[in-house]
Write a protein that binds this ligand. Sequence first.
Ligand code: NAD
Length: 319
Amino acid sequence: MAFTLGIHESVDLIFPPTVLRDALDPDDGADAADSDDGSEVRVVGSAAELEACDALVTFAYEDAFLSAGLSWIHSIQAGVDRFPFDELESRGIRLTNSTGIHGDAIGETVLGYMIQFARRLHRYRDRGRDGEWKHPEWDEPFTLSGESLCVVGLGTLGRGIAARADACGMEVVGVRRTPTPVDHVREVYTPGEIEAAVADARFVAVATPLTEETRGLIGADELAAMPESAYLLNVSRGGVVDETALLAELENDRLAGAALDVFETEPLPRDSPFWGFEDVIVTPHAAAATRDYYRRIADIVRENRRRAVAGESLVNQVI
Ligand code: NAD
């Protein structure tokens, strides 16, 4: 069965659309890569181009997707909070996401945040811009070994983070909806027990999806339950953390610092106070970035294209 797969031009925010197209049709470098049965992979942007597609791989969501006659949309992100679930469902459009592929990249990024804070590397980098040679206070630097980490959300991201922290000799606890054991995690708490879970943490890493249940999950009470020496690390979605409450904690020195990859408003506005703290690391929603990203997306999409053509259920199906 001929099947036309569109790659929406919005994926360009993460990688060139053509590298994914070529990975899905490696024998053809042209804009529309034809296969023997007439199936195609093409880079699309306009409504007319969308209408020629059976399925779409995309970063962005646009309302035009709803009326284009698509049977399946694949999000190149794990988080699908920008998609209108009810509208897709009522039109019979299946939605798949890219969960399962970010554990290594995010795990390394979060380990990097923790090493920077513990070893004060971010401070040396800042001071180096002014040629400033300055030792830290004697009691400022610490080692990760023996320090504690609480991972909130123990899916692909959370497990990637926990495995690396455990390898560094950290004490890892976690929060998940079902408090069953997870490798590399000494103790698992339920969402209702977050305050107890973070009470002894030097680092709290947030790695849940943004859902109705998790919006504001880390609010004033949870932040207040963290020790003053603790760092908050958010790689999930901005809305999972109450930014106003976090700012208040940072401004009042009620937290040691934060590493934030995701925000309520992205790009983070130039006048955001988050830019102004010495011990806040801002990364531009890039914690999962890797030059191999498109290959991992291609693996999921290739399998789901096969399944879609065969009339089978899809992997990573959200709707
Ligand atoms: P996943 O589905 O593998 O894991 C999510 C985990 O969170 C699941 O184990 C789920 O049970 C758990 N969870 C859900 N609600 C919870 C709650 N109330 N309390 C505790 N745990 C809860 O997804 P993933 O691939 O690990 O990604 C998680 C989220 O991280 C994505 O939805 C996305 O929003 C975000 N993300 C961000 C980046 C980035 O670039 N910063 C990259 C990938 C994913």
